[in-house]
Write a protein that binds this ligand. Structure first.
Ligand code: NAD
Length: 260
């Protein structure tokens, strides 16, 4: 990215593990000043230590993105330490309960998934706005999911939240265009995050041949696949792109399946 990110201030929610950790590493390698936020303090501390071992420095600021007061405090802290924000990546998300029949899904379970996956990005965008207004070529990137467009049975909260986040992406892009803030989304498909978890949850990937081969590119995705696209979308090389969603799924959503 030819030094584009040097000294840029990047805030990544859910940055302690999984795709968020991959994003933190990628932006730190570009010499950005990365702040990760996560509600898991242990995972956050571990992520910082893991990156430090690679001579990469990131800040960890704990926050539950579903809680308005905590998001306000987080943005105050970013303002005090950095004075501005150039990139906000709304990555934090939960899928729990992964699947439950409609009749058994409790309303509180549905609400909780929406609170983290949809209210969280709304709160972060709202309270980051004054900081982004002080940034250089500021951008917001929302991590959605191909489940915004396609469903497995019994995945109500997650699917609804990710569909909402897709819509929030173009709503924010249009609303913040006067401030010249670009807003885009990445919709990942199956991304293997086992090696990117905190130590106690780490796992080595072992995919069945059919898991790999059902993807037109012949493999499951990695956090690096998402990070490469994020680096592009948040840079000025993508300066004419706003309100868009990039599906990164190895071709799964364009594959037509007939059972004969
Ligand atoms: N892994 C995939 O296959 C996949 C596919 C499509 C979309 N996604 C999306 O990508 C994003 C990252 O997913 P992942 O697989 O890396 O997940 P992950 O569970 O590995 O990591 C998510 C991180 O977010 C943190 N988090 C959870 N709730 C939070 C909250 N309320 N406030 C702050 N932090 C919170 C967790 O502690 C964790 O560190 C999510 O939005 C997810 O929906 C993932």
């Amino acid at each position: 990215m030819q030094n584009y990110y040097t000294s840029k201030i990047i805030l990544i929610t859910g940055g302690a593990q999984g795709i968020g950790r991959g994003l933190a590493q990628a932006f730190a390698l570009e010499k950005a000043q990365v702040v990760i936020t996560d509600l898991d303090w242990d995972a956050g501390a571990e992520a910082m230590a893991w990156l430090q071992k690679q001579n990469l420095t990131v800040d960890f600021m704990p926050c539950d993105v579903s809680k308005e007061e905590q998001v306000q405090q987080l943005m105050n802290k970013v303002r005090q330490q950095h004075g501005r924000l150039d990139v906000l990546i709304n990555n934090a998300g939960i899928a729990s309960p992964a699947r439950k029949p409609l009749g058994q899904l409790r309303v509180e379970e549905f609400d909780q998934v929406l609170a983290v996956n949809l209210r969280g990005p709304f709160l972060c965008a709202k309270y980051a706005l004054p900081l982004l207004e002080k940034g250089t070529n500021p951008t917001i990137l929302n991590i959605t999911s191909t489940r915004a467009f396609l469903s497995e049975p019994d995945t109500f909260g997650y699917t609804a939240a990710k569909g909402g986040l897709e819509a929030l992406t173009h709503s924010l892009a249009i609303s913040l265009s006067t401030q010249r803030i670009r807003v885009n989304a990445i919709a990942p498909g199956w991304i293997e995050t086992g090696p990117w978890q905190q130590e106690s949850k780490k796992s080595e990937p072992h995919h069945r041949k059919e898991d790999q081969e059902q993807h037109p590119v012949g493999r499951v995705g990695t956090p690096e696949d998402i990070a490469e696209a994020a680096l592009f979308l948040c840079s000025d090389k993508a300066g004419f792109i706003t309100g868009q969603s990039l599906i990164i799924d190895g071709g799964m959503t364009v594959k037509m399946i007939y059972h004969q």
